[in-house]
Design a protein. Sequence first.
Length: 298
Amino acid sequence: MGERRSRFLGVAAISVVLAGLIVGCGSAEEASPGPGPTPALQPVRSAKIAFDDSESVFVMNPDGSGVTKIAPGTDPSFAPDGTTLVTGGGWISTVSVDGSGLRKLAEGGYTPVFSPDGTRIVFVRGGDLFVMNADGADLRKLGDLPAPTGPNQDSSRSPAYSPDGSKIVFCRGSAIWVMGADGADARPLLADKHFNSDPVFSPDGTTIVFASNRGGKNRSELYEIDAEGSAVRPLTDDWTVGPAFSPDGAKILYTLARSAPDSGAEIWVMNRDGSQPRRLTEPSQVAQHPSWGADPNS
């Protein structure tokens, strides 16, 4: 699986609520002041889910309603405050959740993600990890990784920060690795005969959810391990990839792949323990690589 691995993500659209105006009136006995300046109407945004269809980025409400295309690109991932997305594809770019302010930062790259404090972006280019400031400055290759130890062990992909920003988990070949956010102390976390991908830390930092073909069904399912790489537990029993946690850590988004004759990709959501899965996007919508943004108003 290369850096443009098969990704399935659902889209979401933005709901905009306009604040109403309140006009006060005095009593008949009191001098009534004239109306003051009319306050500007401000959009009120709530949490959104983003995804791509391999060409464009979409957003939607957490219940799957309001799907809206906002920008070209792939691999959307929210900034910590939920107002901005970073996207991959031909360019690493940032864009507001309403589609405004598209800004190209670096040419070429995939699976970009913000650091938890929003100051840095890590992404994949040419099988290596790169990091830069959130404005595109100070671009550099991240880490001096050990030489490959076996077939297909030299390509890095799918980076994700730990909640405290001190570590990055990623895949190298078929194994899951972890290293310091500065690229130091890289080491395998889960290296076995299976193909593992798409690792992501839980918001509380205690576990990592990932996709793997260890189920023996010639496909990938989602699994969970402790943050130190032990105690593998299955979460799904369908062809699933691309896990992403809700901001509060209570739920997990993922992509469910449909095989022929109903081939496609849908965004689903489940509880953190794998229970109560439900579909968010329509089967007619190709939806992959989901990301769940925080509520900017919280």
